[in-house]
Design a protein. Structure first.
Length: 268
């Protein structure tokens, strides 16, 4: 029986996937290409990263994510804020031209450190913050992301709506949103999404569901179901990444690295 490829075994397959996609691709496109190229059977594809969290992040998605981090640290690929990954050297047309040297152990050690802070922060959000404190955190988070008139209304028992606010696009267009913030360790199901959408009726056409847990695949499908108002989703992993970007309870120390560009001097 085949096994799920390790991070080391996924290094070239990730590059090959990007090459096959024309040099860039979304996370889903990359993973689908890896599955196709390596002919990974369905029974391995659906194995959850955390036992008992069926419907959440799979083990293959987890290993692929850290493989991208390693390749980015080594200078082979980069990613945009929109979540699109791309080859740094797009002139290569074959995977043979990009066979990897031995990536130093420090690259793997660094990504393990990154995983540690994410797990620690998620644990704090779930175990240390009271529901009221979590709602205040989400209020601050949305304000930092550019929302205005953000109010927490969770105590009113308003059909699962915990708050509301106004979002602006490019500082011109604005629209009202309602949000639900669920301090939760487990899975958010499609039923939770349907209940939230029901509470939205007559109030707004735009909803945001934030959780410290994760969304099942059925919940993700329900959030974008045709003919129904779209609900944007932020799970626990994405939430801690956004808190890091905004320096909300997360301090990032940058270490100065100095290198000499000899070619620059040759051009004088």
């Amino acid at each position: 029986m085949k096994k799920i490829p390790t991070r080391e075994q996924l290094l070239n397959p990730v590059l090959a996937a990007l090459l096959g996609l024309g040099g860039s691709g979304s996370i889903d496109e990359i993973n689908e290409k890896i599955i196709s190229n390596l002919q990974i059977p369905d029974e391995l594809v659906i194995i959850p990263h955390i036992k008992g969290k069926e419907g959440g992040q799979t083990e293959l998605e987890y290993q692929s994510a850290w493989t991208r981090t390693i390749l980015k640290s080594a200078g082979y690929i980069t990613n945009s804020k929109r979540g699109v990954w791309a080859l740094v050297d797009s002139n290569n047309t074959t995977i043979e031209a990009m066979d990897l040297p031995n990536i130093p152990l420090s690259a793997y050690q660094q990504e393990e450190l990154e995983e540690h802070w994410k797990s620690k922060l998620q644990k704090i959000l779930i175990e240390k913050l009271t529901p009221d404190a979590f709602e205040r955190l989400i209020q601050r988070f949305l304000r930092e992301k550019g929302f205005s008139h953000v109010e927490v209304t969770g105590r009113s028992g308003d059909g699962g709506i915990d708050g509301k606010g106004i979002a602006k696009i490019n500082g011109i267009l604005s629209f009202h949103i309602v949000f639900q913030c669920k301090k939760y360790q487990g899975a958010v199901s499609a039923g939770h999404i349907r209940d939230f959408r029901g509470a939205m009726v007559g109030r707004t056409d735009k909803g945001l569901f934030i959780t410290t847990g994760y969304f099942t695949k059925d919940a993700v499908k329900e959030a974008t179901r045709d003919g129904a108002p779209t609900i944007d989703l932020i799970d626990g992993e994405k939430l801690v990444e956004k808190l890091k970007e905004l320096n909300l309870g997360v301090n990032v120390e940058l270490i100065e690295k100095i290198s000499i560009d000899e070619k620059w001097f040759e051009g004088i």
